[in-house]
Every structure is written in C-alpha cells, then in structure tokens.
Design a protein around this ligand. Structure first.
Ligand code: ZN
Ligand code: ZN
Length: 384
C-alpha cells in the first residue's frame, strides 16, 4: 500500500513538474469576473411586464469612449431589456479616426444584441444648439441622411426627418446648460409647436445623474411620456457606483404588454413609463402607485402588545412585516393614521412596522418618488 502511495505521489509530482516544464498556462480563473447577468427584480404591474430600458447612449461613432459591443455587454450584465444607440448626428469629434456613419453602432451590435436577448432599437440624437437643444428619435429606419450641421435655421428641418420616419421623439436633458445659457431651461416655442403637432412624444426627466425637475412638470402638464436615460459616454461602471445596492444606471421602466420592440413602442405612445435613477422614481401618480402596490406587501399582524394610554385605557399595538419584493428603493413618511413614522424599504428586503389596533390602513407619503417637481405620491398600507 505504502509503495502505491509513494508511486502515486511521484506521478502527481511528475505531472505538475511536467506542466511547469512544458510552459503551459495555468489559468487562475478564481479572480476572473464571474460571467452572469444581474436580474433587476420588479414584479409585473397589473399584467404589464416592467421592462428596463436605456434609450440614450453613445459610442465612438459620436463622442462616446467605447466600441458598440461594450454597450451590449454592459446592458446584459446589468439586466436591461432594451437599449438604443443615439449618436449625435451633428457632433462627431473623432472623425479623423473613426469613419462618420450614424448607422454603424447599431449595425455592429445588432447580432450580439439578438444573441444576448437585448432588444436593440434604432435611434439617433438630433443635436441642435441650445435652445432648443437635443432630441432623441427612436424607431427610426435608416439613421443616415439626417442634417449634419446644426445651423439654427435648419432646426425644424432636422426634426422633420424624424417625423418622416415616424420616430418616437423626445426632448433630452432640457435643463442642460441652464446655468450658462439664459432662457435655455424654459418651455420654448419650438418645443411647444412640436408638442402641439404631436411630433414630440416624451421628455427626459432623469438624464444620467441629473433630475430635470421642470421637465417632470412639463411632462404632466403637456401629456408627455416620462423618460430616464444614462446618456452614457464612458463605461457605465466608470460613472455609476454599481456596488451600492440601490444604484443602477439611470433608466426608463416601461409597463409593456410583452417583451418586444412593438410593445415598447405602444407603451411609450401610451405614456406607460416610470423614470428610475438612484433611489428615485418619477412619473405619473397612477403608474408610480401601481408600481408601488405591485412591489410592496404588508403581511398579517404577527404580534400584538398591550399597553395603557394616558387615561389608563388598555390599547394594543400590532406588529406587521412590510416586504419589498423588488429591487427598487422606497422611503415612506407617515401622513395619516397612528403607526411607524418613517419606513425605509431597501431593495428585496422587509421591515417591521407597528400600528395602533383598530385601523384598516396607514397613509404614507412616498418621499423617494416624484409626481411633480414638488410633490410626492401618497400610498396606502392596508392592515389585516
Ligand atoms: Zn455626447
Ligand atoms: Zn445630448
């Protein structure tokens, strides 16, 4: 037995020495980044799937820092459903090194997106001077042939191309340059006309790390679809602290009938979106409430504590578990009823709340969500 063991030891040693002598590469895969797709957990909302989309991204084919395939890899890693390359038609600073072609980023990534189950929508950024500023056109056909100079006299004609293509058009980052160009952050005539002619379908409320608060009010007042996008130029991981558990890149949550480009278009036209950035949501009250109700549930009272009030009467305090079945973040402040004053619902977690006995519900202001620049929705926690 001993003999066999030493023979085995010899063979094993010989094998590893041989490996080294042959100069083979020993792959230390334990420190490679695991290849996996994150799941952004958001339950269906009243029969709609909640798709995660970023419809404002750049690559080296305008002024971004990456090749198009990187955007698909990022979207796959982060668990997005749909993306669009929106290169600046009028701004191509790398033209000495990269051939100017506004269709190229889509074309180069099309197969990879399909293989990775990412819905790739054809888009472009129409980059006029500010004001009126920038517009994204989605669901365009050929992205070539857009007016490539940004002479203000051609603003209308530049948009006209998107109209001919039956694009879904939205106004980007309306507050961009607000501090440097006077009058740049107003509801301007040019945009008013686009909205009245029903050419303009949406407006960016969140752009990257920026919350364009006036844009949310305009979306509500003018019936525009709320959009949120990264407008990413660098690597997403370079600009976002993705290790923080409530941080994802800025994106639009789309309440879609199906997970398809057609359903996305239908939902954008119908205005069924919620903007999501960091801890915050913004959008129509109706959609935010439906989203909240789909994500958050209150369990039955699991404990009851007796105590005496100031008058010596016996009262009961009931204990409940509130569960957030989503990767969204909710912060609530009590507005009516007698219960826990403040609740923070971290992604995919639960909290304990208490409420005085004899109440059917508590009303909270959802302070991490905006339905106007200065208004949060009120949500109800039903008690059983
Ligand atoms: Zn850019
Ligand atoms: Zn822009």
């Amino acid at each position: 037995m001993k003999k066999y063991l030493s023979l085995l030891t010899f063979l094993l040693t010989a094998a590893s020495v041989t490996t080294a002598q042959n100069g083979e590469v020993f792959r230390m895969s334990e420190f490679a980044k695991p290849k996996k797709r994150e799941i952004i957990r958001i339950p269906n909302v009243d029969g709609y799937q909640v798709l995660k989309a970023d419809f404002h991204m750049h690559t080296v084919f305008s002024d971004g820092h990456v090749w198009p395939n990187v955007r698909v890899q990022e979207a796959w890693n982060e668990g997005l459903d749909a993306i669009a390359y929106t290169e600046h038609v009028e701004y191509t600073p790398y033209k000495a090194d990269v051939k100017v072609d506004n269709t190229r980023s889509y074309d180069l990534a099309e197969n990879q997106a399909a293989e990775n189950n990412i819905i790739l929508i054809r888009g472009t950024e129409i980059t006029r001077q500010t004001p009126p500023g920038h517009f994204n056109a989605l669901f365009i056909g050929d992205a070539s042939g857009y007016i490539a100079d940004n002479d203000p006299s051609k603003d209308k004609a530049a948009i006209e191309k998107a109209v001919q293509q039956d694009a879904f058009l939205f106004w980007n980052h309306p507050g961009w340059k607000a501090t440097t160009i006077e009058g740049s952050y107003e509801w301007i005539d040019f945009v008013d006309q686009l909205q009245k002619e029903k050419v303009l379908g949406g407006i960016e409320v969140f752009n990257g790390l920026g919350f364009h608060k006036k844009a949310l009010d305009w979306a509500m007042d003018k019936g525009l679809t709320v959009m949120a996008n990264s407008d990413i130029h660098n690597l997403v991981a370079h600009d976002y602290d993705l290790a923080t558990d409530y941080v994802h890149r800025t994106m639009t949550l789309i309440l879609a009938k199906e997970r398809s480009a057609e359903s996305i278009r239908e939902a954008l036209e119908a205005g069924r979106t919620v903007a999501w950035a960091s801890k915050y949501l913004a959008g129509k009250e109706e959609h935010i409430k439906r989203l909240f109700n789909a994500c958050v549930e209150v369990g039955p009272s699991y404990h009851s504590k007796k105590s005496k009030d100031a008058n010596g009467n016996e009262t009961r305090t009931n204990y409940y578990e509130v569960t957030n079945n989503s990767d969204l973040y909710f912060e609530l402040v009590l507005r009516s009823g007698n219960g826990t004053k403040k609740i923070v619902l971290y992604p995919s977690s639960s909290q304990i709340i208490t409420a005085k006995d004899g109440q059917s519900n508590l009303q909270y202001e959802l302070v991490s969500a905006y339905i106007r620049s200065d208004e949060h929705p009120i949500v109800t926690l039903a008690l059983k």
